[in-house]
Ligand binder design. Structure first.
Ligand SMILES: O=C(O)CCC(=O)C(=O)O
Ligand SMILES: [Fe+2]
Length: 338
């Protein structure tokens, strides 16, 4: 519990065990200005021009593995209420934090700090995180820590719905049969992950999250109005422009596998800043753990040979956790040809 950054970090210099080696620390790239190069897609235009939206999503998915969506159907009020609730959650009293804090990785709802297992890390992330399953919702709501179950419930339902809409657009764009990506197993689970990055005395030396690819189908992230999310593109870090009522969408490794590498999951990280705490909330749309994953048959032919073999998601996830700092390597065991 004393490990939580928010509890000990005020007026302290950066401890040694938060300093990343030079090849991983942000250095001068901590301050790359927010970029407009990652497309912002207006989903309200889907009604009149579905094909256009699909093409935009496919293009940015291939180029960046990231896009933002606006006019997405989740109300601004719900977004603002939810962001306030996420901020309040991380601003809880030390006693309330203590009741949620857990170092048991298998606990379904927990507040913790660092990556997944603090004691096994040499260098820790400058963040706190609350993880909470959010789909199917009935099975998980009793664990939600705060007394605002209505807001978080509505938010989970609306964002999961948005996820289904986006997955269906991707499905059409790839030429897969309707509902392929919305299958009960393939996107049958969702996890909410609320990050909090307190102000940091030396952001150039540390990270909120080390570069990684997400191990799921897609992630729908609310990053509020404080920048910090960076995407790796052509050897450079690009900072994703914070648009308070937009969602940032990124493709996970599972979608890369299903699409037989037609779409790519792209590395990203979270940097910290010295002035303002940053709160972000991701919903990871994820296969159920017993799902069998493999590239969609419709995307394989003589000129597009199958790249990955079939495997169980549970197995992939265990392997990913061991190799999280090297996403390419985490795919390797599932490749048909080395
Ligand atoms: O906080 C952010 O902007 C990044 C979050 C993220 O990449 C993740 O939770 O996987
Ligand atoms: Fe991520």
């Amino acid at each position: 519990m004393d490990k939580l950054v928010s509890i000990w970090s005020k007026d302290q210099s950066l401890p040694e065990n938060y300093i990343f080696p030079p090849e991983n620390r942000p250095g001068k790239f901590v301050d790359v200005p927010p970029s407009d190069t990652i497309p912002v897609i207006d989903l309200s235009k889907t009604v009149d021009n579905r094909n256009d939206t699909i093409q935009q999503i496919l293009q940015t998915s291939k180029e960046f593995g990231f896009f933002q969506v606006i006019n997405h159907g989740v109300s601004e009020k719900l977004i603002n209420d939810s962001m306030s609730m996420f901020e309040e959650l991380h601003g809880m009293s030390v006693e309330d934090k203590a009741s949620l804090f857990s170092e048991n990785e298998s606990k379904s709802c927990r507040l913790y700090t660092g990556a997944l297992n603090y004691d096994s890390e040499d260098i820790h992330y400058w963040r706190e995180n609350l993880k909470h399953p959010c789909y199917p919702l009935q099975e998980s709501m009793q664990h939600w820590p705060q007394n605002q179950p209505d807001t978080v419930g509505k938010y989970s339902v609306e964002v999961n719905k948005l996820g289904s809409v986006i997955l269906e657009l991707i499905c059409e764009g790839l030429g897969l049969e309707a509902g392929y990506l919305g299958d009960d197993k393939l996107s049958g689970s969702a996890l909410m992950s609320v990050n909090h990055y307190p102000p940091c005395p030396n952001p150039s030396l540390t990270l909120g999250l080390l570069k990684h690819c997400d191990p799921n189908l897609i992630t729908i992230l609310l990053q509020g109005d404080v920048s910090g999310l960076q995407v790796f593109k052509d050897g450079q870090w690009i900072s994703v422009h914070p648009l308070p009522s937009a969602f940032v969408v990124n493709l996970g490794l599972v979608l890369q596998i299903i699409s037989n590498d037609k779409l790519k999951s792209v590395k990203h990280r979270a940097v910290t800043n010295s002035k303002k705490a940053r709160t972000s909330a991701a919903i990871f749309i994820t296969p159920t753990s017993d799902s069998i994953l493999e590239p969609a048959k419709a995307l394989i032919d003589a000129s597009n040979p199958q790249i990955y073999k079939a495997f169980e998601y549970k197995d992939f996830l265990n392997n990913y956790i061991i190799m999280a700092d090297n996403p390419e390597k985490s795919l390797q065991p599932y490749k048909l040809k080395a």
